[in-house]
Design a protein around this ligand. Structure first.
Ligand SMILES: NC(=O)c1ccc[n+]([C@@H]2O[C@H](COP(=O)([O-])OP(=O)(O)OC[C@H]3O[C@@H](n4cnc5c(N)ncnc54)[C@H](O)[C@@H]3O)[C@@H](O)[C@H]2O)c1
Length: 246
């Protein structure tokens, strides 16, 4: 029987690269995403390559929707081996004194609360299985900060603290939790928000001289969920071309 990997935000960008990478390892991938059309498309493409994939249209910021989705996954498959929390984004940029509360809440909910809700939904099952691996996607901004992105920096730094605690709670049950902190990654969404000139200027500030690809992040995730990382938990892997050195 294939192992089951749930990846949030896998209808595009980094999440899509992650689920495609894990499907090459013969995981059955379950996409949780709010983008109905994109999610169906990614699942369909994986299936056409002869691999197993499913899509569920879920808003991962909503407690009831997350609970219902994982209840269904667990009842359909009886197990869950990997959870990768990718859904997120910086959404809003404001100076701190002008940051609307609803924008703050939206960024925290999308990045941090969604990660908490999905991890909480799988923790009991993984503990009882005595196996499982979780990877949460942070950001280099969670380490460096970024003027005008206070909520995003707080949420992504929060993911690291949350992941460390999760790792300590789950370690006695042979369940591992780690984080990956990407730097600038050329996903369609991110690339579209910059002009060519801005993109080139930003690339020069990255020591390796260019932005990363979604597949670079997917490789780090595949490593962390695999047996090669069986003695790693509570850690953060940085995939940022050297932009932030910790
Ligand atoms: N691209 C980068 O440069 C970069 C850098 C550092 C960290 N990250 C992080 O990586 C993750 C993915 O980034 P990306 O560039 O691939 O973004 P993306 O916008 O391409 O993908 C995000 C996915 O999440 C889904 N999503 C959004 N809100 C959702 C919700 N409420 N419920 C379920 N799904 C939802 C979207 O539909 C989309 O498919 C994010 O957490 C982001 O913060 C990205």
């Amino acid at each position: 029987m294939n192992k089951i990997a749930v990846v949030t935000g896998a209808a595009s960008g980094i999440g899509r690269a992650v689920i495609e990478r894990l499907s090459k390892e013969d995981f059955m991938g379950v996409i949780l995403d709010i983008n109905d059309e994109g999610g169906r498309q990614v699942a369909g493409e994986i299936q056409r390559r002869g691999k197993q994939a499913a899509f569920m249209c879920v808003d991962v910021t909503q407690e009831g929707a997350v609970r219902a989705a994982f209840d269904r996954i667990i009842s359909d498959h009886g197990r869950l081996d990997v959870l990768v929390n990718v859904a997120g984004g910086s959404l809003h940029r404001h100076k701190i004194e002008e940051f609307p509360f609803e924008h703050w809440r939206a960024v925290i909910d999308l990045n941090l609360t969604s990660t908490f809700l999905c991890c909480r939904a799988v923790a009991g099952l993984m503990k009882s299985q005595k196996s499982g691996a979780i990877v949460n996607i942070s950001s280099d901004i969670g380490f460096s900060g970024d003027a005008s992105r206070s909520a995003y920096a707080a949420a992504k730094a929060g993911i690291v603290g949350f992941t460390k605690t999760l790792a300590l709670e789950l370690a006695p049950f042979n369940v591992r939790a780690n984080a990956v902190a990407p730097g600038r990654i050329a996903t369609p969404r991110v690339r579209a928000t910059y002009s060519d000139a801005e993109w080139e200027a930003a690339a020069k500030r990255i020591p390796l001289g260019h932005a990363g690809e979604p597949e670079d992040v997917a490789e780090a995730v595949a490593f962390l969920v695999g047996d090669a990382a069986k003695h790693m938990t509570g850690q953060t892997l940085h995939v940022n071309g050297g932009r932030v050195v910790t």
